[in-house]
Design a protein around this ligand. Structure first.
Ligand code: RIB
Ligand code: CA
Length: 311
């Protein structure tokens, strides 16, 4: 099977890091476009460069927007990922180069160079994708697939606006632009993430069996795993890794539903919520293929391989 070609928008971030390790283990990566989100853009760019150093690859890195399109975000996710986004480990300055091309422009250029070949994997607030769409509304025609980690399809979110998930809630206007522009995308939401958490003991075994990638992930994941455990979240939760598994191999999906999904922009308590027309009442196009279940064993095998913990 030929390796999929991925273009990844990301805000590294601990679970972004696992997703990027997976991408390089299973696919060809055309580039990493970097967003602000989990932590500020300075940290997310530095973390992407640290990851590229670890992997010893030449994956180009493009810095994106430092702020959401319209309104300042209510919160970042440093309380989960650490102040620097990588568990405050304190890695040395990275060596990997930062390309001086803006992320939105790089997204447009790379999809022109490889029309219909790239799977766009969105693991962050959608600011860079929205800007690219405002520059060139024809972007969706050149993208083979768009896989988005975002949303909470029955309102069980993970932010201060209860029904909102972080990536959508950080920049709701950007998500609205993307959801309206792409006639079809695959949506891997927070609720599916929780249903596909890994058993702690099993994951610990993979980290022990793994290579330097496992050691790296173990070092950056301490704050996130502690936070999840302290807040009653069962197991090892990796939203971006689940979305990446779907992007790498869509046949891993065992149940999904196509529905119209829109983003709430104005609700006092609900801004950033992903509103799903489950009853197909509105007669709007079903823009989202909502991933509900994946083959957990195949998901686990993809993660193990990314950590160097072979069977
Ligand atoms: O809600 C989870 C998402 O928000 C993940 O992409 C995580 O990295 C954070 O950005
Ligand atoms: Ca992310």
């Amino acid at each position: 099977m030929t390796r999929p070609q991925l273009l990844i928008d990301t805000d590294p971030g601990v679970d972004d890091a696992l997703a990027i390790l997976m991408a390089h283990a299973h696919a060809d990566v055309a580039g990493l476009s970097i967003a602000a989100g989990n932590v500020g853009l300075g940290h997310t760019v530095r973390n992407a460069r640290t990851l590229v150093d670890l992997l010893g690859v030449a994956t180009p890195i493009f810095a994106g927007c430092a702020t959401p399109l319209v309104r300042a975000p209510d919160e970042d996710a440093a309380f989960v990922h650490g102040q620097d986004g990588f568990g405050d480990v304190g890695f040395p300055a990275p060596r990997a180069a930062l390309t001086d091309e803006a992320a939105a422009l790089a997204l447009l250029r790379l999809t022109h160079e490889r029309p219909g070949q790239l799977t766009l994997v969105a693991l962050a607030p959608l600011t860079n994708l929205a800007l690219a769409l405002r520059i060139d509304p024809c972007l969706p025609e050149r993208v083979a697939r768009l896989v988005i980690m975002g949303g909470a399809v029955t309102g069980h979110g993970n932010t201060g606006n209860v029904p909102a998930e972080f990536n959508i809630g950080f920049d709701p206007e950007a998500a609205h632009v993307v959801f309206e522009a792409f006639p079809q995308f695959e949506l891997v939401d927070w609720e599916a993430t929780l249903r596909h958490a890994f058993d702690d003991a099993e994951f610990e075994g993979w980290l022990k069996q793994g290579d330097e990638r496992a050691g790296f992930y173990d070092s950056i994941a301490g704050t996130a795993r502690a936070y999840n455990a302290q807040h009653g979240r069962r197991g090892v939760i990796a939203a971006d890794a689940l979305a990446m598994a779907v992007a790498i191999d869509p046949s891993i999906v065992t149940r999904s539903e196509k529905r119209a999904v829109a983003v709430e922009l104005d609700g006092r308590l609900t801004r950033g919520a992903t509103v799903v027309d489950w009853a197909k009442r509105l007669g709007r196009p079903a823009n989202a293929d909502i991933v509900l279940e994946v083959d957990q064993a195949r998901f686990a095998a993809m993660v193990r391989r990314a950590l160097g913990a072979q069977d």
